[in-house]
Ligand binder design. Structure first.
Ligand code: CLF
Ligand code: SF4
Length: 503
């Protein structure tokens, strides 16, 4: 029996994000169509803008220990798995320590624009600690955007307070809109001093999440919805979730893969619930994208992450190191403003170039009229700045882009082990290289600043063309250039499908 608590009619609220294209919200050239006030909120937020994530950093402070629900993918020994990689433990901080740390990071990493609270429990189940941190930061470091991630149970009661502290970005983890699906994900919630179980608990959680979403949208606060893709549990259902949250005005939908390992001690991990394959994730993101702006660059960071998405500089900012730092925040703000302005200029230029590139992106072949060629996936090694600027063997992850007659779009990231730092004597290097190659399945080329002979040969043997010719070039331009080279070489003609070894 369908027990969805969200009816068709309720989903007919006008979307308030100001974006109707179904694809904006993650790329800066598309952000240009947004109203100025929303663009201002998004352009330097690394999670809300795909382009911004190459330049701007975020940090989290782990001030919120308690949680008011239980998710089957979470083990309370670790951080909140709604926006963190499961199995990671953060060191709990007091709000005062957190404020000190934020100011130290902001003075050292001027690109850090966003402070998020995402655990280790649920931030809104710890309102005093969370809002004390936000209050102090809005007074002492007003140039930093404040961001929070919640399971939504306590959200309606916190909306006024969030608005009062100028918090413009709220993430709600919504895994379902049907209590029967929810009962398979949430064994219980703690609500009005009682533990409530099963579909009844999920129904309350869903109602609170949806009410919180509506209240935030009414106040003009941008809402990102996170959903954990759990194969066989909510995979098909997430399309309905996407449609409903978009109709209610959510700005962005981030479908994240379930990470379930037995050693993490979660219910799903122990029960052998499988995680989705990259292709399943991409297919679902593409299916949802018709209704919703999708985030595809999430790194499932830890509740104390520091740095660009995908990097973690937390070790540089332990409390003992911070205690020895001299921080002149006013001077830091001047430096930060200058650097932010320079990045903004670069991003604007990049957006203009991208628009030009899009108009050139349907190549003609041998003078024939423009025709469509099959899309090609390419992996890119980058250490930030939107450039091809990393050695193949130093990459801890590759960004995957799709080139097609429509242009170039970011698809996902794939984590790998750095094989150049592996211990060659015990075969680690070899296995890291073959692991990298496996994780690049489906890609036909890999673009990097440099690459050695050994990986070059192995990649070619696996049907992936290594390419070091576009070092220090902007990613999208380089990917399109390689795509056009493939067309010119006849590699994308219909009688020459995807290289065999990589199919
Ligand atoms: Fe942190 Fe989340 Fe704010 Fe970003 S993360 S609270 S919105 S500042 Fe970003 Fe990290 Fe993904 Fe979260 S990559 S896990 S989406
Ligand atoms: Fe764990 Fe976060 Fe779920 Fe709470 S909301 S049970 S901390 S994943």
């Amino acid at each position: 029996m369908e027990l969805s608590v969200i009816g068709q009619n309720e989903a007919e609220h006008a979307a308030a994000s100001g974006c109707s294209s179904g694809s904006c919200g993650s790329s800066d050239d598309q952000l240009s169509h947004l109203p100025d006030d929303i663009r201002e909120k998004v352009h330097n937020h690394p999670c809300y803008s795909e382009d911004a994530h190459h330049y701007f950093a975020r940090m989290h402070v782990a001030v919120a220990p308690a949680c008011n629900i239980q998710c089957h993918y979470c083990n309370r020994k670790y951080d909140c798995a709604n926006e963190s990689r499961p199995g990671v433990v953060s060191e709990l901080m007091t709000p005062d320590q957190a404020v000190k740390k934020v100011k130290a990071v902001a003075a050292t990493i001027p690109q850090m624009t966003v402070l998020g609270i995402a655990g280790p429990g649920d931030p809104l189940a710890n309102p005093e600690r969370t809002f004390d941190t936000f209050r102090q930061l809005s007074e002492q470091a007003p140039d930093i955007k404040l961001c929070v991630s919640t399971n939504g149970l306590a959200l309606p009661d916190a909306v006024e307070e969030l608005a009062k502290h100028n918090i413009d970005h709220v993430t709600i983890t919504i895994n379902c809109v049907d209590p029967e699906v929810g009962a398979k994900i949430y064994p219980w919630i703690y609500w009005n001093n009682k533990r409530i179980r099963g579909a009844k608990a999920a129904k309350i959680l869903i109602e609170r999440q949806q009410k919180g979403l509506e209240m935030l949208v009414e106040r003009g606060i941008l809402v990102k919805v996170n959903s954990v893709l759990i194969p066989g549990v909510n995979d098909e259902h997430l399309k309905e979730v996407s449609r409903i949250v978009k109709a209610k005005g959510a700005f962005l939908h981030n479908v994240m893969p379930l990470i379930a390992e037995a050693e993490h001690g979660t219910f799903f991990g122990v029960m052998g619930q499988r995680s989705p394959e990259p292709e399943e994730l991409q297919d679902l993101q593409d299916a949802c994208a018709g209704d919703m702006n999708m985030m595809r660059h999430c790194r499932q960071c830890r509740a104390d992450a520091v740095g660009l998405l995908g990097e973690d500089r937390g070790d540089e900012f332990t409390m003992d190191k911070i205690e020895t730092m001299e921080i002149d925040y006013e001077a830091a703000m001047v430096k930060r403003a200058a650097i932010h302005a320079a990045i903004k200029e670069e991003l604007d230029e990049k957006a203009a170039k991208k628009a030009r590139l899009a108009s050139l992106s349907v190549p003609s072949h041998n003078g024939a009229s423009a025709r469509k060629y099959r899309p090609v996936l390419m992996a890119v090694a980058t250490s930030g700045g939107g450039l091809i600027n990393q050695h193949f063997g130093h990459a801890k992850e590759f960004l995957v882009y799709e080139a097609s007659s429509e242009g170039v779009r970011f698809i996902s990231h794939r984590k790998v082990d750095q094989f150049c730092v592996g211990n060659d004597t015990c075969g680690e290097k070899e296995s890291a290289l073959s692991g990298s190659i496996r994780s690049l399945k489906g890609c036909e080329a890999v673009l990097c600043s440099k690459i050695g002979y050994e990986p070059w040969g192995d990649l070619e043997a696996a049907g992936i063309q290594p390419n070091g010719e576009h070092a220090m070039e902007p990613i999208e331009e380089a990917v399109m250039a390689v795509y056009q080279e493939m067309i010119a070489a006849g590699q994308l003609d219909e009688d020459k499908p995807l290289m065999k070894a990589n199919a």
